[in-house]
Design a binder for this molecule. Structure first.
Ligand SMILES: [Zn+2]
Length: 186
């Protein structure tokens, strides 16, 4: 299988589970008055066009990231890669702890929000804090999807779908190589 076909197969596989849920159920107008641009919402998240402002932003050059990250981490976080299903190190991790961004170590997801989606990627129904993850529309491969990124270093994490379990109804489908796990001390 050549690389392009491989990537398409992965994307297609990722999409099957969420195929019926690619259009956000909630599309709300934000702000008062007519004529304001409508912002798309997924759950409580507003889909943004650009990175949200933070005091603690981490900005590095491509070369600096290459030195800091493993090739697998670089591929996910900085090159918008997708790891093959069931091959990542965390899809079957059931330990208690916290998943931090592999790029900047920002806490992103807790084990108590992790669920078995059957997709082969680590899946969470919510991040540690809403402000730690931001969403951007992704129209690559002829699909409408919503990309999840780290709010501190803008690393690509995966995608979010609105077919997740309660209480949020969201499914953050995340690549293991975008995360580092910190096990809870007993
Ligand atoms: Zn980060």
């Amino acid at each position: 299988m050549n690389m392009k076909l491989g990537i398409l197969a992965i994307v297609a596989a990722a999409g099957i589970y969420g195929a019926t849920a690619l259009i956000p159920q909630q599309v709300k107008a934000q702000g008062a008055g007519a004529g304001k641009q409508k912002k798309e919402m997924i759950g409580n998240f507003t889909v943004l066009d650009s990175s949200p402002k933070r005091e603690d932003k981490v900005v590095k050059t491509e070369d600096e990231w290459k030195k800091l990250l493993t090739p697998a981490q670089f591929k996910i976080l900085r090159s918008h890669g997708t790891e093959p299903a069931f091959c990542g190190i965390f899809h079957d991790n059931h330990k208690d702890g916290i998943y931090n961004c592999a790029g900047c170590k920002l806490p992103l997801f807790k084990s108590d929000a992790k669920f078995d989606s059957g997709t082969g990627w680590p899946s969470f129904f919510q991040p540690v804090e809403e402000k730690n993850v931001w969403l951007r529309k992704d129209t690559s491969y002829g699909m409408i999807r919503y990309e999840a990124l780290c709010a501190r270093c803008d690393g690509h994490l995966g995608h979010v779908f609105d077919d997740g379990p309660k209480p949020t109804g969201l499914r953050f489908c995340i690549n293991s190589d975008g995360l580092v796990f910190e096990e809870k001390k007993k």
